[in-house]
Design a protein around this ligand. Structure first.
Ligand SMILES: C[S@@+](CC[C@H](N)C(=O)[O-])C[C@H]1O[C@@H](n2cnc3c(N)ncnc32)[C@H](O)[C@@H]1O
Length: 191
């Protein structure tokens, strides 16, 4: 986490390419991570394209009326679950750098009848939001994809209001340093 790697542009392009190419169509990830009650009423486009690594929303302290930022929203499953918690007085800002992900999130939100989810095109390393404008940042399987993790985390801190919270599900490594063949392997970055 302490080190941002060189070759950031190449890594960013590689991650973009990998996620643009993902073909959805399986409920396996969603059914592993979420309960039946949570999945009820979530549109198929969001369930079948869930790409998260955990269910952090069970731990997120989201209150009615909150503004939540879903960092790397993908097809929107967590944005929808968060919008249920913020209620009609709240807002969920669904951020992703791929327009096709944002289109799916917008379609899923519409199908779910939620008009409090706003899609936002941008990068987690340069979040297009004002300082101290968000109550809770949620993120599921996204920070590990950044070649500039420290920068992405600093951006989360910048947009959070005082006492705001960051609730993350992600991949971590226990070793001090990964071997170079893993660090430089495209599939290890995007997978
Ligand atoms: C593993 S998927 C997780 C999607 C979603 N959170 C979920 O649980 O289904 C990672 C998502 O992060 C997005 N992403 C990757 N790098 C990004 C970046 N630097 N800025 C914004 N979004 C990014 C990808 O386009 C993809 O939608």
């Amino acid at each position: 986490m302490s080190q941002d790697l060189l070759h950031q542009d190449e890594i960013r392009a590689l991650v973009r390419e990998a996620y643009a190419a993902i073909d959805g169509g399986s409920r396996a990830v969603a059914e592993k991570l979420y309960g039946h009650d949570e999945l009820e009423g979530i549109p198929a486009v969001a369930i079948e394209r869930a790409l998260g690594v955990g269910n952090h929303l069970r731990h997120a302290r989201i209150r009615p009326g909150d503004t939540v930022l879903d960092l790397g929203c993908g097809s929107g499953i967590d944005s929808i679950l968060a919008a249920r918690k913020t209620g009609p007085a709240g807002r969920v800002l669904a951020l992703d750098f791929l327009p096709e992900m944002l289109e799916r999130t917008a379609a899923a939100a519409k199908e779910a009848g939620l008009d409090t989810i706003e899609t936002l095109e941008g990068e987690m390393e340069a979040i297009p939001l004002a300082d101290a404008s968000v109550d809770c940042v949620i993120s599921n399987g996204v920070l590990n994809l950044s070649p500039r993790k420290a920068r992405a985390l600093a951006e989360c801190a910048r947009v959070l209001r005082p006492a705001g919270e960051l609730c993350v599900a992600d991949l971590t490594v226990d070793e001090e340093e990964l071997p170079p063949e893993v660090l430089t392997h495209p599939a290890a970055w995007a997978g």
